[in-house]
Design a protein around this ligand. Structure first.
Ligand SMILES: *Cc1c(COP(=O)(O)O)cnc(C)c1O
Length: 396
């Protein structure tokens, strides 16, 4: 058998610290490695496989569209792109759409849009305020936007024009706002840094402040959007409409895609000011359309809400049982367990051994983000495995 680990060491840039399994197949909420071992997938490609693996409608759409028209460039009109734009607008508070290829590209584009707005309406204001612990992507500008030193330090000097302020602290945000500020960019819940949930009125206060100052609010819903929170978009749970919203991860169920959505008043790109060769191509957009339509038509967000509450309840059961579990947090199907020791690694390994994929963040956090179609039975299976894995590592 080919030694894939060896091939990786020899030929791939060592940017990832990988879990030592080689996945070759997926179906529904499960994946299989090359030895045929089955895993229940509570990572779903980092909140990407929203309809699970190889959902029949997604597979059918990709096959049909691939056999019809894959790519044309944006020099021409194509139907899947416009159908996707229409369904996104009809189901959100935003008016216009731009499709790109990834999350980073969406947030980067959103910042460019906010800067154009600043040039046109705010006397050239260009600074964007973001939160500490935030994650907005990996381009140079987006590591600068992300409020995490570890992503910035290796690349100093990083682009200017971003101010990181303490997340969930409205006074810090107010103090950092100047005549140079054109926008605030926030995740409704911070996913990548460990599922940090702000106070329930924080986003509303941020919205009010942006209105008071006439600046834009960008909500980065790349992880929280498209049903994961138990509503189609997270902003709906916070009575906070953004001026600009970014989507990616779960939008096309695993096919690479990103989207920038905005209100009409923030739709200030003129022809030629932004673009993409691949962005919005028929294959990606047909897939996004099928995934989004399936999520809307089957009211999957409601299902996520119910099953998300069930997951919270079960995780709280583990917290009651083990002193080592210090906190359970999150909403819908984006949740995390925090340990008061450094056992996240050992628990993740224990889960892997027993056939459950979970996502470790740092030494003490485990993030859970199963496909949106996960059921109670699968949640019970995952909880039983987590229970055993925590039990194995406990010292209390
Ligand atoms: C994942 C993520 C991104 C970056 O998306 P990529 O597709 O990896 O470029 C940006 N913002 C948030 C909130 C994310 O979760």
């Amino acid at each position: 058998m080919t030694d894939w680990f060896e091939l990786e060491r020899n030929y791939y840039m060592p940017t990832f610290k990988r879990i030592p399994i080689t996945l070759v197949k997926g179906q529904g909420c499960r994946v299989w490695d090359e030895n045929g071992k089955e895993y229940l997938d509570f990572v779903s490609g980092i909140a990407v496989n929203s309809l699970g693996h190889c959902h029949p409608e997604v597979v059918k759409t990709i096959a049909e569209q691939a056999g019809t028209l894959i790519h044309t460039s944006n020099l021409y009109y194509t139907t899947p792109q416009l159908k996707l734009a229409q369904i996104l607008v009809e189901n959100s508070c935003l008016d216009k759409v731009f499709i790109c290829n990834s999350g980073t590209e969406a947030t980067e584009g959103a910042v460019k849009l906010a800067r154009r707005y600043g040039h046109i309406h705010l006397k050239g204001a260009y600074e964007v305020i973001t939160g500490t612990g935030s994650f907005h992507g990996r381009t140079l500008a987006m590591v600068s936007a992300s409020g995490q030193i570890k992503f910035q330090e290796p690349y100093i000097p990083i682009p200017s024009g971003f101010v990181n302020v303490e997340y969930n602290n409205i006074e810090a945000l107010k103090a950092a706002t100047t005549s140079k500020t054109c926008a605030v960019m926030m995740e409704p819940i911070q996913g990548e840094s460990g599922v940090h949930v702000p106070d329930s009125d924080y986003l509303k206060k941020v919205r009010q402040w942006c209105d008071e100052k006439g600046i834009l609010l960008i909500l980065d819903e790349i992880q929280t959007g498209v049903g994961r929170m138990g509503s189609l978009f997270a902003y709906q749970q916070y009575e906070t409409e953004p001026d600009i919203m970014t989507l990616a991860k779960g939008l096309a169920g695993g096919f690479p895609i990103g989207a920038i959505l905005c209100k009409n008043r923030a739709s200030v790109f003129a022809a030629g000011e932004h673009g993409s060769t691949f962005g919005g191509n028929p294959l990606a957009c047909a897939t996004g359309y099928t995934v989004f339509k399936t999520i809307v038509e089957n009211n999957i967000p409601e299902q996520v809400k119910v099953n998300g509450s069930y997951l919270t309840e079960k995780l709280n059961g583990l917290k009651q049982k083990y002193n080592s579990v210090s906190e359970v947090r999150g909403r819908g199907l984006l949740q995390a367990i925090e340990f008061n020791n450094k056992n996240a690694n050992a628990v993740t390994e224990g889960c892997l051994k027993r056939g459950l994929l979970v996502n470790k963040i740092g030494d003490n956090i485990i993030r859970l983000m199963p496909p949106l179609i996960i059921g109670k039975e699968e949640i019970d299976t995952a909880i039983a495995i987590l229970d055993q894995a925590i039990s194995d590592t406990r010292v209390d």
